[in-house]
Design a protein around this ligand. Structure first.
Ligand code: UDP
Length: 237
């Protein structure tokens, strides 16, 4: 399958049409952004690392019976995916407090969250991806109640599968963000799962191995991603 014209250029990925209207090609770039796109840098190898990381995770989720848009890896930095109508909300699951939850509620970073929390954010950089709820999403026609219920159920299933996967390598899955779309009336997991959109800490040292290394200028950003990848068994070349 070949890339046709560029459909959309996101902050870290570009989306291309293919000659089949049901499929798109995602190209993972080295661009890394923070502050809703206000800070952008190139990090060598990030496109490849995230592409391989995402392909590995999407395959694990498919093996667990969770439908995803992932079809196949096309190259070191490209995958073929189902073309979906994306729902403009980000679904965030948290097992431990970090990031915006700590800022919003004054919690201590690392506080265990039992049961895990589920939040919705409206995808809009200009507005800073504001926190929303199901009522707003339904009234503004972003999704139906049934679709939102399915997204929440799938998000918790993803958490169950991935928490166990990271835990087996002595890693804590602190939180993560998912995006869903509609493919032939079904809610299907889309976007990507990579250290750009989740928080992963070493269980013993609590060392951050995700995009917080970039957000907080801790250095060795991609080295962190590669360490996680190696520990969970992602083939990096
Ligand atoms: N996240 C993301 N994209 C966003 C906002 C958040 O991928 O636009 C991820 C983030 O990496 C973290 C989780 O969602 O794993 C929860 O993020 P949080 O709400 O704490 O916001 P942040 O502190 O990243 O602003």
């Amino acid at each position: 399958m070949q890339r046709q014209h560029l459909l959309y250029k996101g902050k870290a990925k570009s989306v291309y049409e293919t000659d089949d209207e049901d499929f798109l090609i995602l190209h993972f770039r080295d661009d890394t952004s923070a502050l809703d796109g206000k800070r952008i840098e190139q990090l060598a190898r990030k496109g490849e690392v995230n592409n391989r990381f995402n392909a590995f995770i999407m395959q694990k989720l498919a093996d667990a019976g969770i439908e995803t848009h992932f079809e196949k890896q096309l190259s070191s930095d490209e995958i073929l995916v189902k073309r979906m109508d994306m729902i403009p909300v980000e679904c965030v699951v948290r097992n431990f407090a970090a990031g915006s939850l700590v800022r919003r509620l004054g919690l201590e970073e690392g506080q265990a969250l039992t049961p895990p929390t589920f939040e919705l954010f409206y995808k809009d950089d200009a507005l800073g991806d504001p926190l929303v709820n199901e009522s707003i999403a339904v009234t503004l026609n972003w999704a139906t109640d049934a679709q939102l219920a399915k997204m929440q159920e799938l998000s918790h299933q993803v958490n169950d599968v991935l928490k166990a996967l990271f835990d087996a390598s002595d890693l804590m899955l602190v939180d993560f963000k998912l995006e869903f779309g509609v493919f032939y009336d079904r809610i299907v997991l889309g976007d990507e799962f990579s250290p750009d959109g989740c928080r992963i800490w070493d269980k013993n040292t609590k060392k951050k191995l995700d995009k917080d290394r970039f957000r907080q200028s801790l250095g060795d950003v991609i080295e962190g991603y590669e360490e996680v990848a190696k520990r969970i068994g992602v083939p990096l070349n």
